[in-house]
Design a protein around this ligand. Structure first.
Ligand code: 5GP
Ligand code: MN
Length: 335
């Protein structure tokens, strides 16, 4: 944990004239929620800020207040480069290695702006001058809430900011069921509700948005593509790019799929393999002590949290699955 003093943040914000807020590749609810909460807070205190994402994110996040102002590096690289050139401070949210920005990482790395890291993932790279970092935080949105409150901005949290924050807290905790949830998480949620966040509306806006095809893809994945390694307490699902195409895949359609096998008694380790954009994208989830951050970092060029991590592989899907099975089938492998 490293939380620099609010006095330092106050001084930085006071003298800053152009901030950039950037979040990780394939942004999720916490990435967009935290970025747009901070953006809306900066609007309130009359500070200029631009939110930048490396690539597309799912449509079920488009309702977030401020979404129409987000710059997407894949779609508008020139505007993004200009915003970064002008920036005196760059806030890096919900990631802790420039690798998580892919190509955009080089531009952010080269910028002379002061870098501020606000994150809750394991093992951060040391690129930032100012830190608000805590692996115990259930989400980056929890950290943004603490930061705004610490800056004396609690009364400035309105329905827009509260709804952004609620979204990240909800999505990163699997709707408040992961061990990262504390009494404090719920106290924050209570406060966000007082400020106007409406849980049932936000939950529906994020989760009740399946297309017909996405629902069919879920059914197909569970009936045809799920493999259970009962003696290893593990399960995995594989999807080829042809299968995605068959189900008219849209960004976000495999989100959450990795968690379904946890509903089977005894399963404590779930993996999703998706063949996409010429590589295999892996998602790892665990229940309990098994550290998927280390597993992903050591074997699949990835990382994340103890119980949720991602990674990638340049091998074919079959070779990637075989590599995984080789690891899991070692006699001393235990979750
Ligand atoms: P997901 O499986 O949902 O893509 O990612 C799970 C968690 O791991 C998220 O917190 C995400 O930020 C992180 N993560 C996903 N892919 C990578 C990766 O390639 N490298 C690192 N360091 N973290 C990742
Ligand atoms: Mn997060």
């Amino acid at each position: 944990m490293q939380r620099d003093s609010f006095a330092k943040f106050k001084a930085l914000i006071k003298k800053s004239e152009n901030s950039v807020i950037v979040t990780h590749w394939s942004p999720d609810g916490d990435a967009m929620g935290s970025s747009l909460a901070l953006y809306n807070y900066f609007l309130k205190i009359k500070k200029k800020a631009t939110v930048i994402v490396p690539n597309d994110y799912p449509e079920f996040l488009f309702w977030l207040p401020g979404n129409n102002k987000v710059l997407n590096f894949q779609r508008e690289a020139d505007k993004v480069k200009k915003a970064i050139e002008k920036a005196d401070v760059i806030y890096t949210l919900d990631f802790n290695s420039f690798k998580r920005l892919e190509k955009l990482g080089e531009i952010v790395n080269e910028s002379k702006a002061t870098k501020v890291l606000i994150d809750h993932h394991q093992q951060p790279d040391k690129f930032a001058q100012l830190w608000f970092y805590d692996v115990k935080a259930c989400s980056t949105c929890e950290l943004i809430y603490d930061l705004i409150v610490g800056l004396g901005g609690k009364k400035l949290i309105d329905k827009k900011i509260a709804s952004c924050l609620y979204t990240g807290l909800m999505t990163d905790t699997g709707s408040f069921r992961f061990p990262s949830v504390t009494a404090n998480t719920h106290k924050i949620i209570g406060d966000l509700m007082d400020k106007g966040a409406i849980p049932n509306e936000i939950h529906s806006a994020v989760y009740d948005t399946y297309s017909y095809h996405r629902m069919k893809l879920l059914g197909y994945s569970l009936t045809e593509k799920m493999h259970v390694l009962a003696e290893k307490n593990a399960a995995y699902i594989t999807l080829t790019s042809d299968e995605l195409k068959k189900f008219n895949y849209q960004k976000g359609d495999t989100e959450g799929l990795v968690n379904y096998p946890f509903s089977i008694k005894g399963i404590k380790f779930c993996v999703l393999f998706v063949e996409q954009d010429g590589i295999i994208k892996l998602s790892f989830r665990s229940k309990g002590k098994f550290d998927v951050n280390t597993f992903a970092r050591t074997n699949f060029s990835g990382g994340g949290h103890i119980n949720a991590a991602g990674g990638k592989s340049n091998l074919s899907l079959r070779e990637t699955v075989n590599k995984f099975l080789g690891l899991v089938n070692q006699s001393d492998f235990k979750v």
